[in-house]
Design a protein around this ligand. Structure first.
Ligand code: F3S
Length: 291
């Protein structure tokens, strides 16, 4: 029995950066004794969030800030999660004189900046992504009248006018292959849509690595949060190639019967999954097989 890790997996620099920001905020002498909140889930992983809560960070929900149900007081600290937040939340935090530490990933910030710049230049924005995802909600809140599409089918049916100029932007975790299809459709049908390809590199290499690995193993475990978009995409890619693909949050979800007759066990992890969880899973598998 062999456990093979995907060539690229686990924490991306955006997630590592967000966690590092939290610990740096704790260390700053001027922050001593202050109330420190993290906006929503810093990263989409329960384990990481619980660990930070043990360090004294409190989670504050975006919804509570928007509906004025929060307990924030002037001088408190709020760390913005890796996926970013909406313009309205930034404005409320500033009005309340909250000290903001912004851990929004650079990829998300870049998309946001492009959106603002393109709208200023007169482009209408077409956005591909999950409109319920915090990253997408945050980015589009900086624009005016944005059309959001889930997939190519929705774009095919979209109302794109010939006499206007458009810019297509995407969620950072969009699958590169889906993006290629969308690009080719738009390029073949419209000359007035500019495509800004800003899908995050960390997502791409993880998706490519799982695609390769899933062809080569008997079973593939994707480790990560059930509400993590990039983890879900790794799962979808692997599942479409290898039926024996399982998404697990930690070692407790592993089932012995999955491994019956398996020689090669592949493992990958979402960009917000800590190494510690992957090691626990590997140890549990070794325990099952007694190796
Ligand atoms: Fe940023 Fe990509 Fe990670 S958008 S948070 S580097 S998955």
């Amino acid at each position: 029995m062999e456990i093979i890790r995907a060539k690229h997996m686990g924490f991306c620099f955006g997630v590592s950066g967000a966690i590092e920001t939290c610990y740096n905020v704790l260390k700053e002498p001027e922050n001593l004794g202050k109330k420190i909140y993290i906006l929503g889930m810093l990263v989409h992983n329960e384990f990481v969030v619980r660990k930070l809560e043990k360090e004294g960070f409190e989670t504050i929900e975006e919804e509570d800030i928007l509906t004025q149900k929060d307990k924030l007081k002037s001088g408190d600290i709020v760390i913005i999660r890796a996926h970013g937040t909406s313009k309205k939340v930034y404005n409320i935090l500033r009005e309340k004189n909250i000290k903001i530490y912004d851990a929004t990933c650079i990829f998300v910030t870049q998309i946001r900046k492009t959106l603002i710049k393109m709208e200023d230049e007169g482009y209408e924005i077409l956005f591909v992504g999950d409109k319920e995802h915090p990253e997408v909600k945050g980015i589009i809140s900086f624009g005016k009248n944005i059309q959001v599409f889930k997939n190519l089918e929705e774009i095919v049916n979209a109302e794109i006018k010939r006499d206007k100029k458009y810019c297509l932007l995407t969620q950072t975790t969009l699958n590169k292959k889906i993006l290629e299809k969308i690009k080719s459709f738009l390029e073949n049908h419209y000359s007035n849509v500019k495509i800004s390809d800003k899908v995050c590199g960390a997502t791409q290499v993880r998706q490519q690595a799982v695609e390769e690995l899933s062809k080569d193993v008997d079973i593939l475990l994707v480790v990560g949060g059930k509400n993590s978009s990039n983890t879900k995409k790794l799962y979808d890619i692997s599942k479409s190639i290898n039926e024996s693909t399982y998404l697990v949050q930690d070692e407790n979800e592993i089932k012995k019967e999955w491994f019956r007759g398996c020689e090669k066990i592949g493992i990958t992890a979402g960009a917000s999954t800590p190494e510690e969880i992957v090691i626990n899973i590997e140890n549990k598998i070794r325990g099952i097989f007694n190796v």
